[in-house]
Design a protein around this ligand. Sequence first.
Ligand SMILES: [Cu+2]
Length: 68
Amino acid sequence: MEKIELKIEGMHCGACATGIQMLVSQMDGVKEIFVDYNAKKGNIEFDSTKVNKDAIVKAIAELGYTAT
Ligand SMILES: [Cu+2]
């Protein structure tokens, strides 16, 4: 398991954070995600043999947010 913290830009409200959580939590290999709207951060725990940071960043980008 690997844990990362991403800075997420472009969220307008708590529902944006929830939407990101819902999408990323459905990705194969993602164990846990918590997005904090106020802090503009996401904490993600994932199985690095199944998914990687780039794939997660890309999925968030497809929703219209910038994760770094
Ligand atoms: Cu929103």
